[in-house]
Design a protein around this ligand. Structure first.
Ligand code: AP5
Length: 210
């Protein structure tokens, strides 16, 4: 099953993709994570992507399309994958359609105020990749899974979050109508629900408990 996770920054795409990848045994393909790894390693793609990601702008379509095409050709994607953060523009969606069939699009819905609350408190583990929130840490600054010191993503600073929301509305939101036209979209209403409750909605939307 090839699944797209669509939604504004901070809506919970990564949180639920991390869980579902374990439950379904298919990989999570996060273009954001792939780009952050390339930036850390200083690869040519990383050097090109750095300025865009730090300003909250989208990396050029051609760069991310090549990354995803190459990744989907790998053996571990033969039974499907969760595309977390790709596609993000209509040209990306059109390119994806030429090399993968999409079974479902999970659309995470969350208002701007909640997004800002979530992103300003998000902390990530640089060692094991866990994503969490300060509200779950009881004042600690270390990873509950592996003990490493948690960090804040550079693009979670307030001025960048504002631009990411603007970019989402202008360039990514049109994908909801694009995939609705293909009958693929399942909305997940995220506001005022716990991670567990939202995860149950995701599983139900995908028919996993039927
Ligand atoms: P990317 O890493 O994809 O960022 P994003 O889409 O902005 O999404 P986030 O990772 O910020 O949020 P999320 O929805 O995964 O939320 P999370 O689960 O962490 O992309 C980064 C950058 O890379 C882009 O800006 C762009 O430059 C570039 N890029 C990536 N893909 C690209 C593409 N296709 N084309 C071009 N450029 C691309 O949750 C957020 C917080 O909320 C966490 O703290 C979490 O613990 C908390 N939380 C989750 N669920 C709940 C809940 N139910 N209740 C309370 N808190 C919750």
């Amino acid at each position: 099953m090839n699944i797209i996770f669509l939604g504004p920054p901070g809506a919970g795409k990564g949180t639920h993709a991390q869980r579902l990848t374990q439950e379904m045994g298919i990989p999570q393909i996060s273009t954001g994570e792939i780009l952050r790894a390339a930036i850390r390693e200083g690869t040519p793609t990383g050097l090109r992507a750095k300025a865009y990601t730090e300003k909250g702008e989208l990396v050029p379509d051609a760069v991310v399309i090549d990354i995803v095409k190459e990744r989907l050709a790998k053996e571990d994607c033969k039974n499907g994958c969760i595309l977390d953060g790709f596609p993000r523009t209509v040209p990306q969606a059109e390119a994806l359609a030429t090399f993968a069939a999409i079974d479902a699009v999970v659309n995470f819905v969350l208002p701007d105020e909640a997004i800002i609350r979530r992103l300003s408190g998000r902390r990530v583990c640089p060692s094991c990749g866990l994503t969490t929130h300060v509200s779950a840490l009881n004042g600690k600054d270390t990873c509950p899974e592996c003990g490493s010191r948690l960090i804040q993503r550079k693009d979670d600073l307030p001025e960048t979050v504002e631009n990411r929301l603007k970019v989402y509305k202008e360039q990514t939101e049109p994908l909801i109508a694009y995939y609705q036209g293909k009958g693929k979209v399942k909305d997940i209403l995220c506001e005022n629900h716990t991670v567990e409750e939202n995860h149950a909605q995701v599983r139900a939307a995908l028919g996993l408990d039927a």
